[in-house]
Design a protein around this ligand. Structure first.
Ligand SMILES: C[S@@+](CC[C@H](N)C(=O)[O-])C[C@H]1O[C@@H](n2cnc3c(N)ncnc32)[C@H](O)[C@@H]1O
Length: 364
């Protein structure tokens, strides 16, 4: 008779051995894999990449959308007019250089920031209005921003203001509406001012835009506010003044909106002639001396309100890290409102280009 029990200890030790070996193999396999993954992640992180399961990624994030190439709407004369050697631009450049004002001291806006193709496609993705990449400038960011804006749009501005994608603006069509960052940002900026100052209910309003770019907000103010009296686009960068002048003409809004060249500002603007100054993503891109020149000018003109949208959220910082709030306060401007662009914190995290809107009142 075979005595099976004799083999039990041997059998048990075999099981333990096998289990142990298998367990060790598994552990070492797992750690080997995770080590490779960790190593890869570290290397990729240096280049701004990460490893994510493909099931978590949307098709548009992989660039797999079968999109038609974008059609860019340009007026016929644009190709010959919007060139770096346009005599009007050369003249503005010469005049601005000769001024030697502190506001002309350059921080970001040095030669080469606006390339020849940016002059032609000035509403495209470039230093005037970045439209792709960081800060949720993706299809979902645009989508969230659109529906958020629609949810607060009690004045019907999204119906009233058009987007046509002219001069290269990046557009999306949602809900039967063509939208761009130009349109959505402008509408939200107008609503901030409406909430704070009731701008649509004033008898009339005159605006001074410092660092007005190509005149984005001037165009939107003109369309949204029948009570707009004047809107002056100013800048210390000649090519921006050139583009603003061109764009205001193109939109046919020069009866109220004008490009005010830097060498005319001190002569043309009178004390009490401006109700509101706006500075959108501009002071952050200037030196402290340049900012001081502008804020002192506003105080001289006794401009009662100054709206600032910095590149630094709820603080007033230049792109090289200097706090310019003390300068704003030095000339008598006191904070009266500071709000996130999107009132819902989830939107503020994920929607297009979350900013903070700052409003200062002149109280010397
Ligand atoms: C990012 S763009 C914003 C344009 C416009 N405010 C908008 O939101 O569409 C920055 C603007 O600041 C202007 N800028 C740069 N340096 C400046 C300075 N020292 N003084 C005034 N404006 C300046 C540029 O020419 C440009 O128009």
């Amino acid at each position: 008779m075979i005595t099976y029990y004799k083999f039990i200890p041997q059998f048990l030790s075999h099981i333990r051995k096998v289990t142990f070996v298998r367990f060790r193999e598994k552990r070492s396999k797992v750690s080997y894999r995770s080590k490779i993954k960790e190593l890869l992640r570290n290397v990729l992180a240096r280049y701004g990449f990460d490893i994510v399961p493909s099931a978590f990624v949307y098709d548009w994030q992989l660039g797999n959308l079968d999109q038609e190439p974008r059609e860019v709407f340009l007026p016929e004369t644009a190709i010959q007019d919007l060139v770096p050697d346009n005599p009007v631009l050369l003249d503005l450049q010469k005049r601005y250089q000769e001024l030697n004002y502190p506001c002309c001291e350059a921080l970001l806006w040095t030669e080469g920031r606006v390339k020849a193709e940016d002059i032609l496609y000035f509403r495209g993705h470039n230093a005037y209005v970045f439209q792709e990449g960081r800060s949720n400038r993706n299809m979902f960011g645009y989508l969230l921003a659109y529906y958020y804006t629609k949810s607060i749009d009690h004045l019907g501005l999204l119906d009233q203001l058009d987007e046509d994608g002219a001069f290269g603006a990046i557009t999306y069509e949602f809900d039967g509406t063509l939208i761009s960052r130009d349109l959505l940002d402008s509408v939200l900026e107008i609503y901030f001012l409406e909430d704070q100052l009731g701008i649509t209910k004033l008898d009339e309003i005159s605006v001074l835009d410092i660092g007005a770019g190509y005149g984005r907000l001037a165009h939107r103010f003109f369309e949204a506010l029948p009570n707009l009296k004047t809107y002056s686009c100013t800048d210390a960068i000649a090519v921006s003044s050139f583009l603003a002048d061109y764009y205001l003409e193109f939109r046919g809004i020069k009866e109220k909106a004008n490009m005010l060249p830097l060498d005319r500002i001190k002569k043309d603007l009178k004390k009490g002639s401006v109700d509101l100054a706006v500075n959108i993503h501009s002071f952050s891109e200037c030196t402290l001396s340049a900012i001081e020149w502008w804020v002192e000018l506003l105080a001289d003109l006794e401009v009662p309100y100054l709206m600032i949208v910095p590149n630094s959220g709820d603080q007033l910082l230049t792109n090289d890290g200097w706090d310019f709030l003390p300068l704003v306060e030095k000339y008598g401007y006191r904070l009266t409102a500071l709000e996130p662009k999107y009132h819902d914190p989830v939107m503020q995290k994920y929607a297009l280009n979350p900013d903070h809107f700052h409003l200062y009142k002149y109280k010397p």
